[in-house]
Design a protein around this ligand. Structure first.
Ligand SMILES: [Zn+2]
Length: 95
């Protein structure tokens, strides 16, 4: 990915002479190289909201894709998610 970008930049022509669609393609590529992963801390912060959404049957895969993705590959956060979910259910049973 980076090699490709470097190659685009290393051409002899100055950046300004690039056609606009080339520039927007380049920016798009750069945007995609941003890390798409969230940390356990981020997930932990979002977990309460995520669990509420999940509980309401909302499409968490779509609404919080990064959290959902993280839960899919991080057993620790998945455990925490189960705990939060259980807590929410217990809370509702008290009502
Ligand atoms: Zn995690």
């Amino acid at each position: 990915m980076f090699k490709k970008i470097k190659r685009l930049f290393s051409k002899k022509e100055p950046f300004e002479s690039l056609p606009p669609e080339r520039i927007s393609m380049l920016l798009d590529m750069l945007a995609r190289t941003e890390p798409l992963e969230v940390s356990c801390d981020d997930v932990s912060t979002a977990l309460a909201e995520f669990s509420e959404m999940h509980k309401r049957g909302e499409d968490v895969t779509h609404l919080m894709p990064l959290v959902h993705q993280h839960l899919g590959m991080c057993p620790e956060c998945r455990e925490e998610f189960e705990a939060v979910k259980a807590a929410i259910e217990a809370e509702q049973q008290l009502d």
